[in-house]
Each structure stands twice: as structure tokens, then as C-alpha cells.
Design a protein around this ligand. Structure first.
Ligand code: NAP
Length: 306
């Protein structure tokens, strides 16, 4: 369905369609299970190694859930929880060891590492063929060059897949990306402007120094918010019928919750959903797709190793 058609069909209800990231991720897993079974029949079990340095509780929980979810899908999963005192040389050595480990096809170093470690040096130590996060300079170059043999970062890949599966036309659409990080904004802009299917967008990137931000966002057919500012994007930023993808994950204090906070996105969901034609929720939108794309990249790495 084109954006125009979605606008027309939703207009009568004056309420955005909810893009269900969990349901779309489940669809991705159906395909992945088939691919994993095929690889196993050829004697290869896709393997992912996740390294965590330090004791950040959020990162620790995240790494454990990645490990559990990989096992559930039938992937080989290894997790390394290293002390905060780990030196850069020790971490590089561990990465190089995993580069040589034939049962491991993907390596992920949980971000951020402790301050004494230079993250870019760790990324450069990765074998680009195992860099399932897509952060190695060789993979970044492949994204720029539109060489499909490289790995694309999981969140941008997940956003593109959400749009494709939701039948939202990206070709020729004006996509405005809020945020220019190397993890989300910049690779997403590069991905959606590629000269290929499910891309070909006219992309504008805005950031903290952009002038007339609301004027630019109001000209978007598709708006992607990835700035890390709780409920920043309001209805006034959105044109009637635009598609809004919320990448943000922010903790907001909430005494009513047992854990003392709730998760919200970068989008003020209530107002925006009255104006947009389709919108992703937080949680349950982009987050599940990021995890699905990490597994998909691991399966691709295993296939490419054959
Ligand atoms: P980041 O590295 O902090 O980058 C934020 C970007 O937003 C920067 O480019 C910054 O501009 C821009 N920005 C900040 N405030 C702004 C403002 N008021 N107006 C316009 N632009 C502004 O963040 P990130 O790693 O990309 O993450 C962004 C959000 O996505 C976070 O909430 C993060 O938790 C979430 N996230 C979610 C997933 C997922 O799977 N759902 C994955 C990754 C990240 P400057 O460059 O000028 O500083």
C-alpha cells in the first residue's frame, strides 16, 4: 500500500495504524528457522559471541536476554562477562581469539565499554566477516558503496524491514531522520537512500544543530526519531498522514511502576498517533526488530562462512 493509500484509509478513523514490531519480528523468525535448519543439515550451527565488559546492570540484563533469545532460536551462543578492570589489550586479545573460533560466526561487544577502553579500536579488531553489528569501517564503507556483502547495523536494518513488511512505500518518499549517530541515524540515512528496492528515498537528516527543525519534519512522508529525548517529537512536528517510526528508548521516572520507571520513546505517542497514518509503539516497535536483525545477520555470517 502506498503512503497516500494508508492516509486515505486511516483518515476516516483519525487514528494511526499501529506498526507491531513484535509480530513482524515473529515473521522474520519463521524464515530464519528454515535457514537455520538448512545450515544445520550442512553441519553448521550459526554461532554468536557477546562480550560484556564491566557491571552495568542494564547492559548485563541486555546481554543475558540476547543469549537466551539466541538459544531459543537454535543458535549457538557464547557470552563473556569480563570485569571492569579488563584492559584494552586483553579485550582485543579476546576478540582476536573469537575471530579464529570456527563455531562463532558473529561477535558483538556490548556498548558502551568502560572509559579506559577505546571502542573504535575494539571494533577495528573484529574480523569484518563476523561484525554482525555492522560497525567495522569495512562494513561502513560497503554500506556507502552499496555493496550487499557487508553487514548493516541492526536497528537501521530493522527499521527498513518494518517499513517493507508494513507495505509503506519508501521509494521516492521524503524520509526525515532525527539523529546522526553511527548506530542509527547515519546508517539509516545511507540505507534508505540506496539505489535499490525498499530504498530510493529522498533523505534529510536533522540533529541538535539543525535550524527550523519542525519545518523540516513537517515536510516528511516518513519520520524516524532517533535522538534519545523522551517524547520530544510532538504532533506539531508531524504532517497529517505521515508515518512515524520511534527508535528512542528512554527511562522516565514513574513511582507507580514496581521498578520505578517506565519506558517511552522519542515520540509523544498520544498526540502524534492522532495525526500520523501509522506509528510504532515503545516498547514493541523497533526494539524487537533490532534483536531479530542481529540474529538474521548472524545467520547470514554463518551462510557466508560456508
Ligand atoms: P546518540 O548517539 O545519543 O545520538 C543522538 C542524536 O540525536 C545525535 O545526532 C544528536 O545530535 C541528536 N539530537 C539530540 N538531541 C536533539 C534535539 N533536541 N534535536 C535534534 N537532534 C537531537 O543516540 P543513539 O545511539 O542514536 O540512540 C538514539 C535513541 O535510540 C536512544 O533513545 C537509544 O536508546 C535508542 N536506541 C534504540 C534502539 C532500538 O533497538 N530500539 C537501538 C539503538 C538506540 P548531535 O549529533 O548534534 O549531538
Amino acid at each position: 500500500m502506498t503512503i497516500r493509500a494508508i492516509r486515505v484509509s486511516i483518515a476516516s478513523f483519525n487514528m494511526a495504524k499501529l506498526i507491531d514490531g513484535r509480530a513482524i519480528a515473529d515473521k522474520v523468525y519463521v524464515d530464519l528457522r528454515g535457514e537455520i535448519a538448512e545450515l544445520k543439515a550442512n553441519g553448521v550451527t550459526p554461532g554468536l559471541a557477546v562480550i560484556l565488559v564491566g557491571d552495568n546492570p542494564a547492559s548485563r540484563a541486555y546481554v543475558r536476554s540476547k543469549d537466551k533469545m539466541c538459544r531459543e532460536l537454535g543458535l549457538h551462543s557464547m557470552k563473556f562477562e569480563l570485569p571492569a578492570s579488563t584492559t584494552q589489550a586483553e579485550l582485543v586479545a579476546r576478540v582476536q581469539e573469537l575471530n579464529r573460533e570456527s563455531s562463532i560466526h558473529g561477535i558483538l561487544v556490548q556498548s558502551p565499554p568502560p572509559e579506559h577502553i577505546d571502542e573504535s579500536a575494539i571494533v577495528r579488531a573484529l574480523d569484518p566477516r563476523k561484525d554482525v553489528d555492522g560497525f567495522h569501517p569495512e562494513n561502513v564503507a560497503k554500506l556507502v558503496l552499496e555493496d550487499p556483502s557487508g553487514f548493516v547495523p541492526c536497528t537501521p536494518l530493522g527499521v527498513q524491514r518494518l517499513l517493507t513488511e508494513s507495505k509503506i512505500e519508501v521509494d521516492g518518499a521524503h524520509v526525515v531522520v532525527l539523529g546522526r549517530s553511527m548506530i542509527v541515524g547515519k546508517p539509516l540515512a545511507l540505507l534508505l537512500m540506496q539505489k535499490r528496492r525498499n530504498a530510493n528515498a529522498t533523505v534529510t537528516v536533522v540533529h541538535s544543530r539543525s535550524r527550523e527543525l519542525a519545518g523540516i519534519t513537517r515536510s516528511a512522508d516518513i519520520l524516524v526519531a532517533a535522538i534519545g529525548r523522551a517524547e520530544f517529537l510532538k504532533a506539531d512536528h508531524v504532517r497529517d498522514g505521515a508515518v512515524v517510526i520511534d527508535v528512542g528508548i528512554n527511562r522516565v521516572e514513574d513511582a507507580a511502576k514496581e521498578r520505578g520507571y517506565r519506558l517511552v520513546g522519542d515520540v509523544a505517542f498520544g498526540g502524534v498517533s492522532m495525526k500520523a497514518s501509522a506509528v510504532t509503539p515503545v516498547p514493541g516497535g523497533v526494539g524487537p526488530m533490532t534483536i531479530a536483525m542481529l540474529r538474521a545477520n548472524t545467520v547470514t555470517a554463518a551462510r557466508q562462512s560456508l
